[in-house]
Design a protein around this ligand. Structure first.
Ligand SMILES: NC(=O)c1ccc[n+]([C@@H]2O[C@H](COP(=O)([O-])OP(=O)(O)OC[C@H]3O[C@@H](n4cnc5c(N)ncnc54)[C@H](OP(=O)(O)O)[C@@H]3O)[C@@H](O)[C@H]2O)c1
Length: 342
């Protein structure tokens, strides 16, 4: 099969389109013929190894992939890390089940599915995923590109707005980074739950944010939402590049700030200090670590079928141009999800 392979962390130029033997499903796995994969900012971070803590986490938690790659002479990168374990990147995937392992009962050959490949590998013609992975059957009226756009972003948005934020009708919700993969779904969900929604993002995304229901928009290049004197019941921050303590001041007394993505410093502040500072004064600060849950995908699929949410798609690239697709995400040029089609 064709696959986009890298041996080292680096810019898109380290990616090579190679012929690799397609994986064979183990007894508890399904083999998917990939019809579309989508790119998350996390894929760019894993490609480049930046911010550095991402590559440290990847080294700790990624399993070695089971492909028969040609031997590499690379033993360590410039700062001494061993080469990345995930040579073929890509998590969010939609496609057709091509084969199933002997113990698989929930999927059969020919099923159209979408979800997350927890061992990466989606930037290829085929990928094996565990039967237990967050993977569900794709409804006929959802395109493969739309299906590939949903998985990771859905988990973050749903768990932020419905579960941790417990957004209620009449509440005020601010989403920072609202124009991104998770943000666009979070805006739609918060509207669905009856909130008054403010979306913060760059100038090119504001019309799109209005079109998906945002009541108010803020251009982050012109206005700092921490300084406009307004307070919100729920803040979902997908672009936390400032102190989370500053953002806490924009909460109502019973409000909740959810840090979903951003700098290493903001991650540390919300994950380690958040639970402590939340005990004192007004407004709680939480680090949002979304879990992969099949039932969340089923829920989002039902909302899609009912016409209540729609994934925003930027453009599609052929597999051979996966590097350009990653660059578009990494250099923040797109509006909506960028798709790779084998
Ligand atoms: N919490 C979790 O469980 C979890 C799981 C996986 C991934 N993540 C993290 O989630 C983040 C990505 O989320 P995503 O896929 O939704 O990203 P995304 O699609 O890249 O969206 C991020 C949005 O934030 C905007 N932005 C950038 N700087 C901003 C600023 N200073 N103020 C306001 N908006 C700003 C970007 O716009 P521009 O185009 O102007 O830059 C973009 O529209 C990553 O940091 C990733 O590591 C979190």
């Amino acid at each position: 099969m064709k696959a986009v392979v890298r041996q080292v962390y680096g810019p898109p130029e380290v990616l090579k389109l190679e012929d690799v033997a397609a994986p064979t499903p183990a007894d508890d796995e399904i083999l998917i013929r990939v019809r579309a994969a989508s790119i998350n900012l996390g894929d760019w971070e894993l490609l480049t190894g930046q911010p550095r803590f991402i590559s440290v986490l990847a080294h700790l938690f990624t399993r070695k992939q089971r492909y028969d790659f040609a031997p590499t002479s690379v033993t360590a990168d410039k700062v001494g890390f061993s080469p990345p374990k995930a040579k073929i990147l890509g998590t969010d995937v939609a496609g057709c089940v091509e084969a199933v392992g002997g113990n698989v009962t929930q999927f059969k050959t020919g099923d159209e599915v979408f979800g997350m490949s927890e061992g990466f590998g989606a930037f290829a013609e085929y990928v094996c995923v565990a039967e237990t992975a967050p993977m569900v059957k794709k409804p006929a009226k959802m395109s493969f590109a739309q299906a590939a756009a949903l998985p990771q972003a859905s988990h973050i948005a749903l768990q932020a707005i419905r579960d941790k934020g417990q957004v209620q009708s009449g509440q005020t919700v601010l989403i920072n980074g609202a124009g991104g993969g998770a943000g666009t779904l979070a805006v739609q969900l918060a509207k669905l739950y009856g909130a008054e929604v403010t979306g913060v993002d760059g100038p090119t995304k504001l019309d799109m944010l209005r079109s998906i229901g945002a009541d108010h928009v803020i251009d982050y290049t012109q206005e700092d939402f921490n300084r406009n004197g307004k307070q919100y019941d729920v803040i979902l921050d997908m672009a936390a590049y400032r102190s989370v303590f500053k953002s806490r001041r924009s909460l109502t007394s019973s409000g909740i700030y959810l840090m979903g993505g951003g700098s290493g410093k903001a991650t540390w502040q919300s994950a380690v200090l958040g639970p402590v500072i939340s005990k004192f004064g007004a407004g709680r600060v939480l680090f949002l670590l979304a879990e992969s849950r099949r039932e969340d995908l089923t829920h989002m699929e039902a909302l899609f079928e009912a016409g209540k949410i729609v994934p925003i798609i930027d453009r599609s690239y052929p597999l051979c141009d996966a590097g350009e697709a990653l660059r578009r995400v990494g250099e923040k040029q797109g509006i909506g999800k960028v798709i790779v089609v084998p």
